[in-house]
Design a protein around this ligand. Structure first.
Ligand code: FPP
Length: 254
C-alpha cells in the first residue's frame, strides 16, 4: 500500500473527488447478513477515505450517502440508514473538528428526519471554521431536482426583473446549484461494478473522469483510492481539444 501511495503524484491530485458508494447490500448478502450490516461496514470505508483525502490534501470529497430515490426502500432499511447517519456524525464530529474537516450537506435537507437535520446542522456549525478537507454528504439528493430548482430560481429572478435572461451563464447557473460553493469534481468513483451515474451531480460531472470498480463499498479502502488516483493520473484530460494541443501547451493533468 505504501508503494501505491508513493506512486501518487501529489502535484496532480484532483481537487474534488465524488463517490457513489455502492454495493453495501450485495457485500452483506454475500456474507449471509442483513443489508444494514453492509451499511455499517460502509461507514468504516467512509472513515478511511475521509482520512486518506485529508492526508493527501484533497480539497473536496462528495459522498452520495442517500439519494432521493432511496426513500423508496423498505422502511426498516431507511430508518436504519438515517439512524446510522445520525450516530456516525454524532460519534465522528469531534474527530472531524480536530482533523480540520468541514462538513456540508447537499440535497433536500428539509425532507430528512428532524433528528438528522439537527445532527447534520450541528455538525456543519461545529466544523464551519475548518479549512482542510470539505466533506460534502449528498443526502436525499437528486441531481435532476437540483437542476429543476436552479431553473425555478432563475425563472423567478427573470420574472421579478432582478436578472435578465441573457445574463444567465454557466457561472450564474452554477451559483444556483447546491454545489455553488464547490468546484466541479475532476474524478468520480463508483464502486460495485455498476456503470451508471444514477442522478448524481449530472451538471457538475460534465468533464469529470469516471472510474468504475467492481469492489463493493465496504471493501473500498485507502489502497483502492490510491489505485483510482493512479488511474486518473494516467489519463489525458482534453476538454474537447486534441492531444497535440494539450501536449504543446503542457496543460497540467489536473
Ligand atoms: C448503496 O449500497 C449504499 C447506500 C444507499 C448507502 C450508503 C451509506 C453509507 C455507506 C453510510 C454513510 C454514512 C455516512 C456517515 C456518510 P446499496 O445498498 O445500494 O448496495 P446494493 O446495490 O448492493 O444493494
Amino acid at each position: 500500500m505504501t508503494d501505491l501511495l508513493a506512486q501518487v503524484d501529489r502535484n496532480r491530485l484532483p481537487q474534488h473527488i465524488a463517490i457513489i458508494m455502492d454495493g453495501n447490500g450485495r457485500w452483506a448478502r454475500d456474507r449471509g447478513e442483513d443489508r444494514v450490516y453492509g451499511h455499517y461496514e460502509g461507514v468504516v470505508s467512509v472513515r478511511e477515505i475521509v482520512d486518506a483525502c485529508g492526508e493527501l490534501g484533497v480539497g473536496y470529497l462528495t459522498l452520495y450517502a442517500f439519494s432521493a430515490e432511496n426513500w423508496n426502500r423498505p422502511k426498516a432499511e431507511v430508518d436504519a440508514l438515517m439512524e446510522l447517519l445520525v450516530n456516525t456524525i454524532r460519534k465522528e464530529v469531534d474527530d472531524l473538528k480536530k482533523n480540520n474537516v468541514r462538513l456540508h450537506v447537499i440535497g433536500d435537507f428539509a425532507s430528512l428526519p428532524e433528528m438528522a437535520q439537527k445532527e447534520m446542522g450541528e455538525g456543519m456549525e461545529m466544523t464551519a471554521m475548518n479549512t482542510g478537507l470539505n466533506l460534502i454528504l449528498a443526502l436525499s439528493y437528486s441531481s435532476r431536482q437540483e437542476i429543476v430548482m436552479a431553473a425555478r430560481k432563475l425563472a423567478e429572478m427573470a420574472t421579478n426583473g432582478t436578472l435578465k435572461p441573457e445574463d444567465i451563464t454557466d457561472e450564474v447557473f452554477h451559483r444556483c446549484l447546491d454545489t455553488a460553493l464547490f468546484p466541479d469534481p475532476e474524478l468520480m468513483i463508483r464502486t460495485s461494478g455498476e456503470n451508471r451515474i444514477s442522478n448524481f451531480l449530472l451538471y457538475q460531472l460534465a468533464y469529470s473522469e469516471l472510474y468504475f470498480t467492481p469492489v463493493h463499498w465496504p471493501d473500498f479502502r485507502k489502497h483502492n483510492l490510491y489505485e483510482a488516483l493512479l488511474d486518473y493520473q494516467r489519463r489525458e484530460r482534453r476538454f474537447g481539444k486534441t492531444s497535440e494541443q494539450i501536449q504543446k501547451n503542457n496543460i497540467p493533468n489536473v
